[in-house]
Design a protein around this ligand. Structure first.
Ligand code: PEP
Length: 258
């Protein structure tokens, strides 16, 4: 399977989200085989977007969540509240939150544990900065992020896990990673996950690539066996671009099923 995750970030209000959700679903029309679609609107639009996707195969994701079910946590949103709104997936550890809001490895670990305990699928974002890549530390950084985020997780008894490899320097820059670098890092991530979860059945984790994916480069990533899908930011709110990305995923799946 191939998964396309749309991260609308803080770029659309409620009305625009409804229109974008409708248009995003239309991109699935008329295809023999369709990718899994996970739409992550801003919190304020979740309930309206839920109505739009209700009778479709698309899933709704949140862009963040807190690690307690309820309590005195002003401004936060719990997984239970999100589940009530039909949210099945949650972005955790996005680099914008790590950098802009000081989200720590410990907080990310608590969120991953909590999401899984609530049967929500975490989309754990990891990735190195430019300086770290230039210094030759990309793998070490990603390994450390995975190890700390997944501390205490027992995947064989809990749900599934998505890891999104998102090199920080490739996010929102039009400077995507090369397909070769993505394949290499995805193989490495898979080996780390297999070491952390030796008993996890095949297919329990999916590894996505994110970082300036657009209509032009999506097919190049998606056709690779190591790439289970893409996490799309900027291009997910440009419907023509998004349509091309979904079509690229559908083409790969159709070729696989032929
Ligand atoms: C993201 O924010 O997760 C992302 C991948 O953004 P962009 O596609 O704009 O690089």
């Amino acid at each position: 399977m191939k998964t396309v995750v749309a991260n609308w970030k803080m770029n659309v209000g409620v009305r625009e989200s409804v229109a974008l959700a409708r248009a995003s679903l239309l991109t699935l029309r008329g295809r023999k085989v369709i990718p899994d679609l996970v739409i992550c609107p801003p919190f304020v639009a979740l309930s309206e977007v839920r109505k739009v996707v209700a009778r479709s195969s698309a899933n709704i994701g949140a862009q963040n969540m807190f690690w307690e079910p309820s309590g005195s946590h002003t401004g936060e949103t719990s997984s239970r509240m999100l589940l009530e709104l039909g949210v099945s997936h949650c972005l955790i550890g996005h680099s914008e939150r790590r950098v802009q809001l000081g989200e720590t490895d410990e907080m990310i670990n608590k969120k991953v544990l909590h999401a899984l305990s609530e049967q929500m699928t975490p989309i754990l974002c990891v990735g190195e900065s430019k300086e770290q890549r230039v210094a030759g530390d990309a793998r070490a950084v990603v390994e450390a992020q995975l190890s700390s985020a997944l501390r205490g997780v027992r995947l064989h008894t809990q749900g599934s896990l998505f890891v999104a490899y998102e090199p920080v320097w490739a996010i929102g820059t039009n400077d995507s990673a090369s397909v070769g670098d993505v394949i290499e890092m995805h193989r490495f991530i898979r080996s780390v996950l297999e070491r952390i979860f030796p008993d996890a059945p095949a297919g329990q984790f999916s590894i996505l690539y994110g970082g300036s994916v657009d209509g032009e480069n999506a097919y190049g990533f998606l056709r690779e066996a190591e790439v289970d899908g893409v996490l799309v930011g900027s291009a997910s709110v440009k419907i023509n671009q998004f349509k091309e990305i979904v079509e690229a995923a559908a083409e790969v799946l159709e070729a696989q099923s032929a």
